[in-house]
Ligand binder design. Structure first.
Ligand code: ISL
Ligand code: CA
Length: 539
């Protein structure tokens, strides 16, 4: 199998609004990213997934696009973007655009023309008559009904996210042509590919209440390949909320000519009580995590490809979620990093994860920015839920946790913006200790664990290609082997805050990476300390 650059790469996700402000208006911007490329070079990443930088009224922070071929003025200019692509290229880093084409902004000229009655553009969206009342009871992911009423024209239009994010009608070939045009526009600018927002929704048939995995989904992706991707050595990452190891090949088997990889969420749902709401929480069962992640390693056919991640701009900070902030922040964040980065797939690091950034604490509606959390707060208040319950859920799962500004140093405003500027969003007050400068100054910091994990992936094809086997161990021990061309590595983690005795019938010849200053030889009588994690080469 011919290997692809993106199978051997590590990606880094940037949420531009919160990464680096270059002109002291309190908002991160493209020039800020260019200025920080040397930091990313030092970390060693190969590609940047850039959350949307297109023109947008920011109802959903850029995931509501009003012009796909223009840069949001707050973020800079097209010239800044071209400069970033060129500077990143010099640093060996590709820029991956975040293509949000399940829906547009309601401020997009197409939607404005549709609302004004232009029949050509009306067919770009999903309008239905109101003569029989609501078309059906479909709900939006952000709460409330997915059909927005337009009394003036006796119609509804369909939106799976906010009402300011009307869904495009992919059944219309003219819509698909527009999308191919946008993609070609960016390919000509030299980008390295696309992350495709909620791509599994484009085949929807709202009238039949079919949302994900509609019958036309894969034909549309194949058309995208023919019309745009064929002949370009670029990556496409499909955000696929309900994909399983068995359906992933439909997207990523190269023979089908669709996408490069899926971005799956099965492990992210493990601390949710029910699939229907992310807000009802339970604690993580490590056995379940082992099962789900291992299935992605063993049940995913060889020709398919998956991504590996703990965090993104929609998820809380992983250290606060499944690590141990209070007692073992460094040990537990290193454990999480090592466990994930030794697996097969393309790792994604979310900005600040490599510093051990944590969730924030908020208890006032004025401290929220995310539309999803604000809707949730309002709906729960209306239902009579207690403030304590609501804030517990928002502080644990709210998307704003990942979106606080990047913590670069301990100066006021953490080096994200000028010292006398008000940043667009709350800084986490723990920036005085958790920041890039302290991490870079400490050779034992989590930053250097990530750096080393990236280096190891480049050096050892075993990490990219090796076979995976989960070992049968006590619940809180997560242990697996990777084997490739006669060599076997063992990855073993104590996923708990207590000591654990472990006996594995192996001997090690070399310690590759650990989060304790230990070397490992005989593995049949181990007493692992809290979160102790090691990777060894087996005899
Ligand atoms: O964030 C979620 C739950 O809290 C997810 O359900 C999320 O809405 C889903 O993964 C789709 O996410 C993507 O599309 C959304 C946007 O708000 C997210 O930021 C984006 O990652 C609509 O464009
Ligand atoms: Ca700025």
């Amino acid at each position: 199998m011919a290997s692809k650059w993106w199978q051997q790469s590590v990606f880094y996700q940037i949420y531009p609004r919160s990464f680096q402000d270059s002109n002291n208006d309190g908002i991160g911007d493209i020039k800020g990213i260019t200025a920080r490329l040397s930091y990313l070079e030092k970390l060693g990443i190969d590609a940047i997934w850039l959350s949307p930088v297109f023109a947008s009224p920011n109802v959903d922070n850029g995931y509501d696009v009003s012009d796909y071929c223009a840069i949001m003025p707050e973020f800079g200019t097209m010239a800044d973007m071209e400069e970033l692509i060129a500077a990143a290229k010099k640093a060996g880093i590709k820029i991956i655009m975040d293509l949000v084409v399940n829906h547009t902004s309601s401020e997009h000229p197409w939607f404005k023309k549709a609302l004004a009655g232009d029949p050509h553009y009306k067919d770009y969206y999903i309008f239905r008559s109101d003569k029989n009342g609501l078309p059906n009871d479909l709900n939006s992911f952000f709460g409330g009904c997915a059909w927005e009423h337009l009394p003036a024209t006796n119609e509804y239009y369909f939106h799976l996210f906010a009402k300011e994010q009307p869904d495009l009608n992919w059944e219309n070939p003219a819509v698909r042509k527009e999308v191919w045009k946008i993609m070609n526009f960016w390919l000509q600018k030299g980008v390295g590919g696309f992350r495709l927002d909620v791509i599994e929704l484009i085949g929807k048939i709202p009238d039949q209440k079919i949302i994900g995995d509609g019958p036309a989904l894969h034909p549309y992706l194949q058309e995208m390949y023919r019309e745009v991707l064929a002949g370009h050595d670029v990556v496409t990452i499909g955000e696929t909320g309900s994909v399983t190891p068995l359906t992933a090949p439909l997207y990523t088997d190269p023979k089908r000519k669709e996408l490069s990889m899926v971005f799956q969420f099965q492990h992210m749902a493990l601390d949710e009580v029910a699939k229907t709401s992310k807000w009802n929480l339970k604690s993580l069962n490590v056995s379940e995590l082992k099962t789900v992640l291992s299935r992605w390693q063993t049940d995913l056919p060889k020709e398919a490809w998956n991504s590996l991640f703990w965090s993104n701009h929609d998820q809380p900070r992983i250290l606060s979620r499944w690590g141990n902030v209070a007692d073992y922040p460094t040990k537990s964040s290193k454990m999480l990093a090592i466990l994930l980065h030794l697996m097969r797939g393309t790792p994604f690091i979310y900005q600040g994860e490599e510093l051990g950034m944590t969730n924030q604490y908020v208890d006032k509606i004025s401290q929220l920015d995310d539309i999803e959390s604000i809707h949730y707060y309002e709906e729960e208040k209306a239902k009579g839920s207690s403030e304590a319950t609501i804030w517990q859920a928002i502080n644990t799962k709210g998307r704003d946790n990942a979106r606080t500004p990047m913590q670069w140093s301990n100066v006021p405003n953490a080096g994200f913006t000028g010292e006398n500027v008000t940043p667009w969003y709350n800084l986490n007050p723990n920036y005085t200790t958790i920041n890039a400068q302290t991490r870079l100054d400490d050779p034992e910091s989590i930053f250097y664990t990530y750096q080393k994990l990236i280096q190891l992936r480049k050096k050892y094809p075993l990490i990219v290609w090796g076979d995976y086997d989960l070992l049968d161990t006590a619940e809180n021990i997560f242990a697996y082997t990777r084997s490739y061309e006669g060599e076997t590595w063992l990855i073993c983690a104590n996923f708990s805050d207590s000591k654990q005795a472990v006996s594995l019938p192996y001997a090690a010849t070399e310690t590759i990476i650990t989060n304790y200053p230990h070397t490992y030889h005989h593995l049949n009588q181990l007493n692992l300390l809290p979160y102790e994690t090691f990777v060894v080469k087996l005899a």
